[in-house]
Design a protein around this ligand. Structure first.
Ligand SMILES: [Zn+2]
Length: 890
């Protein structure tokens, strides 16, 4: 474990490397506890760097057994003889040659003891690597920074029986048995220069499925997916998604795959979702394996999205990489944007958009509103692992989405082409990226770039007025953004506001410019207002009747909209807005307002009351449904976290839970007949298909079941039990179990036991079983979670399992994590401290569940702060955990 060095890294201190490494030859002899790595590195001074600078290679827990400089063996016991140092964390040559030179480094590493899951480690019986961000330095000494790009040739050697499959980046150029031994080897060569964080190797005994893809220019690419023996059929959907992603990137961006092979390896112990190593993606098996019996529709959608995401990195991340880690969003924001667009094309676009925005608000808005808020391009970090955040990923994607709206589809595509042409094979910055679009669109994007440099979620305030005599309709916009850590004041953002004016019975009316407000007819009729100052007024003329503004259509900017729409207006938008996203949004806004009022009632000791109009609107959505996936989203109430975020301060999670439950019960009772009829009508017909339409039918049916059970427990248990017993798909089975899990009693315990018994051999399904129990909103849940930590299927060392149990409790059980005696906080703080020496990255992630503690009511706030202080004050903390703890505290 690297403990905290206390040394922050600043963007302003960036300097080009003084030395470059053109070629890397690795020879890796795999062994369970003593893997030998020989690295031959071809250095040359960087003509743009400093002359005569010392060469400092990064290391992390390394021991060199031999180092040879240009053929001369260095005496490692006597570093004075070669004017340098070799410690576990660095190898330094004070006066390296000022001409090309070779360095050969031999290290010995212990993959079995690597519990951090960074560098070379064992996952089950698989040798695998994870080098992003700074894992390569745990394999050999290196210039471990993304702007040092090298061509790699890798020779792997292992016992034939232990690791018959030997993979690395690029194309395989040789393989064979090693005479007189039980070992074999493979040599891989990657012709594309890459930073070391994209290096990967795998040595394993896995089952494989193969297919191929012929690129647009007619090259045949061999595709392989490698999974645990016996799980091969569960990789078929990932293979299908991969081929669709490859074809999509050719069609939409003109980007072809560039090697002869593309391999995906699924492992069960993985800190992240997946990793885009060149030609050899390594995946958390959660995002590869799917079968109707073991994966829900949501799991299928995730597999499709993550497979596409990692594949798309081949161009946005690998061919063009980041100059430094401050530019992480250059590859991540852009690639999330691309995978969102892919999923929208594969599925229903408005439904995908709703899901993406729900996730953005749940994760990123919460982060932006708390102590961990940071720029999409940070300016300083102490531990880069803590910046793989929804701000970098999801908000980074939203920025690119806005850019596309502002400059138009055509200029956006041309700008992307220019970016690919100009920066291929290079390490780029956000400025490089933005400059391509500025050049193509001939626009000054300086102010737009503030989205990268200012943290916080802007608040867009809108007021409206209608002049019945002049027949004009006026919208007044203003924007503001609350202070975030180290950023008191913000400059105005460029906010693209997509909008329409809706007249009941007529629909969208034509937009005509009319005021002396500087808005051209072209801007007005594009339906997108560009808001760049603190205030702007837009007047529309020839408006015969008072219209209802439909603002921020498709969620055209990642902002909080503050507009006091009347309830009747919201109702009209729910029924008539031509923008699907805003129809959903109107229903969410309406429900959120009712829920906020109920929370206030409950805290004042009164009973909450709900609105019959809203119930009627929901009823009409269900009865007139044409897109079940959309309807399922529309009848799903805002989450407890959504409501908490809207309330913003003095938050009482128990009151929020009670208010939301009361509303669910009310709906379930009031629209019971419609729910029952939808539930019956949407029963599965024909064989299972994971496609979006069938998944939408299942989503609505299960949303109906959930509300039915809220309205009538007895009937709910009855229906859910029947569904649980009869279900042929994991989607339906698990949805029924989720309903049963909310209702205390023997039925619940029976169902949980039977589920465990049926799926104990399926690790990913058992993760669901752990996660579900951790999110039950009752007092007894913490004890249940503690007991489950002693369950034979629980393992501290498997990140998926730990995330399922402890992670779900912290992130998805607001009433119990925030229990008013502080027990939830203490429990999670204890796990963070236990886990930190073994897997600091995972421990830091878990600790970031405290990110919203400052908006809680005083009692809980004090308890959360004390738990955080307990963590921050513990002895030898990792840099990861110390960083999160200290940033979270005032
Ligand atoms: Zn990525």
């Amino acid at each position: 474990m690297r403990t905290d060095t206390g040394k922050p890294v600043h963007l302003k201190d960036y300097r080009v490397p003084d030395y470059l490494i053109g070629k890397v030859d690795l020879d890796v002899k795999l062994h369970l506890s003593a893997t030998r790595v020989q690295a031959r590195l071809a250095f040359r001074p960087n003509p743009n760097g400093r002359r005569n600078a010392p060469l400092v290679l990064d290391g992390d827990g390394l021991t060199a057994t031999k180092i040879v400089l240009d053929g001369e063996v260095l005496d490692l016991q006597n570093s004075a003889s070669w004017n340098g140092f070799a410690t576990s964390d660095a190898f330094t040559l004070n006066a390296p040659p000022q001409r090309p030179f070779d360095l050969e480094i031999e290290t010995e590493i212990d993959p079995s003891a690597n519990t951090q899951l960074m560098g070379l480690y064992r996952s089950g019986s698989v040798y695998c690597t994870q080098c992003e961000a700074e894992g390569f330095r745990r394999i050999t000494y290196f210039l471990d920074r993304p702007d040092v790009l090298s061509v790699y040739t890798v020779r792997l050697e292992a016992e034939s029986s232990e690791a018959p499959l030997l993979l690395s980046n690029g194309n395989k150029v040789a393989s064979g048995k090693i005479d007189g031994t039980s070992r074999h080897f493979a040599i891989w060569h990657d012709p594309y220069p890459k930073p070391c964080y994209l290096f990967a190797l795998v040595g394993s005994n896995l089952g494989s499925i193969f297919s191929d893809f012929t690129t647009r220019s007619g090259r045949k690419v061999l595709l392989g997916i490698h999974v645990e023996h016996g799980k091969e059929p569960q990789a078929a959907y990932a293979m299908d998604a991969l081929k669709r992603a490859m074809a999509w990137d050719e069609r939409v961006y003109g980007r072809e795959y560039d090697l002869d092979v593309f391999n995906i390896v699924a492992v069960s112990d993985f800190n992240m979702g997946a990793m885009e190593n060149k030609g050899l993606n390594i995946f958390n098996d959660k995002y590869v394996l799917a079968s109707p019996e073991t994966a829900t529709d949501t799991d299928y959608a995730h597999v499709e999205a993550v497979i596409a995401h990692e594949y798309f990195h081949n161009w946005t991340g690998n061919r063009i990489t980041c100059r430094d880690w401050f530019q992480l969003c250059l590859k991540e924001g852009l690639t999330v944007f691309r995978d969102h667009a892919f999923s929208a094309d594969m599925r229903s676009a408005p439904v995908r958009r709703i899901a993406d925005v729900r996730a953005l608000r749940a994760q990123q808005f919460a982060e932006d509103a708390g102590p961990l808020a940071h720029n999409v391009r940070p300016e300083t970090y102490r531990e880069i692992n803590n910046f793989y955040t929804s701000t970098i990923y999801e908000k980074g994607a939203e920025i690119i989405r806005m850019l596309k709206v502002l400059i138009g589809d055509d200029s956006f595509r041309k700008g992307m082409d220019l970016y690919f042409d100009r920066y291929d094979g290079k390490a780029a910055t956000i400025e490089d990226f933005i400059s391509c679009f500025a050049e193509i669109s001939r626009r000054d994007l300086t102010q737009f770039s503030l989205w990268y440099n200012q943290a916080g979620t802007p608040i867009l305030k809108v007021t409206a007025s209608y002049d019945e005599v002049a027949k004009t309709f006026t919208l007044d916009f203003s924007q503001s953004c609350k202070p975030t850590p180290n950023q008191e004041k913000k400059e105005p953002f460029v906010i693209p506001i997509a909008l329409g004016l809706v007249v009941p019975g007529v629909g969208d009316i034509a937009l005509r410019a009319g005021g002396n407000d500087g808005a051209s007819q072209a801007e007005i009729s594009s339906g997108v207002i560009e808001f760049t100052s603190t205030q702007r007024r837009i007047t529309f003329c020839d408006v015969a009747r008072r219209p209802i503004p439909s603002l921020l259509r498709g969620f055209s900017a990642p902002v909080r909209l503050d507009y006091a729409a009347g309830e009747a207006d919201l109702m009209t938008l729910i029924k008539h807005d031509s923008d699907g996203f805003n129809r959903w949004q109107a229903a969410q806004t309406y429900a959120t307002r009712m829920l906020q009022r109920s929370v206030a009632c409950i805290r004042a000791g009164d009973l909450p009351r709900y609105d019959a109009d809203f119930t009627a609107a929901l009823l009409s959505i269900i009865e007139q449904t044409t897109d079940p996936a959309f309807t399922a989203q529309a009848i799903t109430l805002p989450s407890e976290a959504d409501i908490a975020r809207e309330i913003g301060e003095d938050v009482d999670p128990d009151a929020i839970h009670l208010a939301r439950e009361a509303l669910r019960q009310d709906f379930g009772r009031e629209i019971k007949e419609a729910l029952l009829s939808a539930y019956t009508r949407l029963s599965e017909i024909g064989p299972y298909s994971p496609d979006a339409v069938s998944a939408g039918r299942r989503a609505l049916r299960n949303a109906a079941l959930d509300l039915l059970a809220a309205g009538d427990r007895l009937e709910g248990v009855c229906l859910a039990t029947r569904q649980f017993e009869d279900a042929e798909t994991m989607t339906d089975k698990f949805a029924a179990l989720c309903v049963l899990a909310q209702i205390p009693g023997t039925e619940r315990e029976k169902a949980l036991d039977s589920f465990y018994g049926a799926y104990q051999g399926e690790a990913l399904v058992i993760d669901k079983w752990f996660a579900l129990q951790a999110t039950i909103p009752e007092r007894g849940t913490l004890n249940r979670v503690k007991a489950l930590m002693k369950h034979k299927a629980f393992s501290y060392s498997n990140p998926n399992r730990l995330r399922a149990l402890a992670g779900s409790f912290a992130a998805a059980n607001p009433t119990q994590f925030n229990a008013d005696d502080g027990s939830g906080y203490d429990f999670i703080a204890g796990i963070v401290l236990d886990l930190d020496p073994k897997n600091p990255q995972l421990a830091a992630r878990l600790l970031s569940a405290f990110k919203s503690w400052r908006m809680l009511e005083p009692r809980r706030k004090a308890l959360a702060e004390s738990a955080l202080r307990h963590v921050a004050g513990a002895g030898a903390l990792s840099a990861d955990v110390k960083d999160i703890a200290e940033r979270s505290l005032p």
